[in-house]
Design a protein around this ligand. Sequence first.
Ligand SMILES: [Cu+2]
Length: 500
Amino acid sequence: MKSKFWIFSLLISTVMIGGCSAGDAQPENESEKNQAMDHTKMKPEQKMGDMEEMEGHMNHVNPPALNDSTEENELAVPPLLEPKDGSYPITAQQGTTELFEGIQTETYGYNGSFLGPVIRIKRGDAVTFKTRNGLTEPTTFHWHGLDIPGKGDGGPHQIIEPGETKYVKFTVNQEASTLWFHPHQKGITAEQVYKGLAGLIYVEDENSQKLGLPDHYGVNDFPLVFQDRQFDDKNQLNFKAVHNDDGTIGNTLLVNGTLNPKLTVGAEKVRLRLLNGSNARNYTFKLNTGDSFQQIATDGGFLNEPLEMSEITLTPGERAEIIVDFSRQKSDSDIALLNEEDTILLPFKVKKEQTNSAELPESLNDYKVTDEERSLSVSKRLELFGMGKHVTINKKQFDMNRIDFTQKQGETEIWEVYNKPDPMGGMIHPFHIHGTQFKIVSIDGEDPPEILQGWKDTVAIEPGQTVKLAVKFKNKGIYMYHCHLLEHEDNGMMGQVEVN
Ligand SMILES: [Cu+2]
């Protein structure tokens, strides 16, 4: 089976190398040309490494299919975390979880055995997170999408040793949005997330509270965390056995940690906050009925107006909020969320009850890329390149002791990020910057599509694409920027910007 796949991989890669050499993926210098063209002159161990990489690469281009949900289990809705003695207590811990009937799977979680709670915070509030490491290995607590001083960001510098507790204090200073938190421990982020360390942050503000959107948590407002996993024959998460340097992809989908989920909703408009929390898999979400839905938010805030669409793609780390109107469904009709392969990810059961019949507001936000931002010239250039263990940004791999860029607090700069195709065609890199929400100014010189005209902290960059981002940091500190395919991040596709 494995050797068959290798042969297939080699065939495909030969075709792709042939195809690329005629396209725009011409290697620029001699050594790259050698890498691309001359596999025959490589030492045997190099060839082997290369083949493994190709296999990993193909796994990503053509990921194993997921099974349809059998609807056995009602979707778990994460608990809302209540503050205690003025702070939100969050402990990373290990435990066991019954994902398969009668079988305990070893997992990690925040304040529980698997995944974490939802932390609701409000713009303007002074907030304290009390973070504790209850694991037997070091970890960090990174707040993905939060505008927070660098010292509290939870990047690889802010290690929390086993048994240690640290307080993170900051004032919430950003728009209503759906953010998340996960570890960022150097070299083992992918494994810690894979085992279950991920939770959500809801930011609210005056705007979100007056818009009249569905916001009854667990009734018409649901977080949906999509993660694919590969269980071994004992139904355990053996990360090292299935680890892939181009992204660990599994055949089993968990939504909020629930296997084979279904979600019961009212015959009303329901807000779904989608998070691609997978290590590497991309999802294109759509409804089996062919009905459209309304997208209302990107990673970091509301779109200016609800956008009617029939499908939406999220790469790892990205979020979107959508409104699905279940009042338009006959209660006996089967409605489900599918992916691009028509796999049933999440079937819905529609009850007759309705808690809210309000219309969606026409206007949600006043986001805009200004003329000034458009007229700024590029001041930072980044080139994403490579695959497997050889991923780089500007030809370098991550070094904790190297600051790659500096930027002034409160000043907008244009970052130009280019995904340079490799000899096999390259892959999508979800590019993430810590400690800020940025604006996409252009993609290959064109205005971004409407769905990307909103605050973002992670942007999917396709091979050959160049995106221009308007980036401003409200706080000071050292921040990571990296590929959010977690194995690429761990392999060094990451750099540091110091804001002062
Ligand atoms: Cu990547």
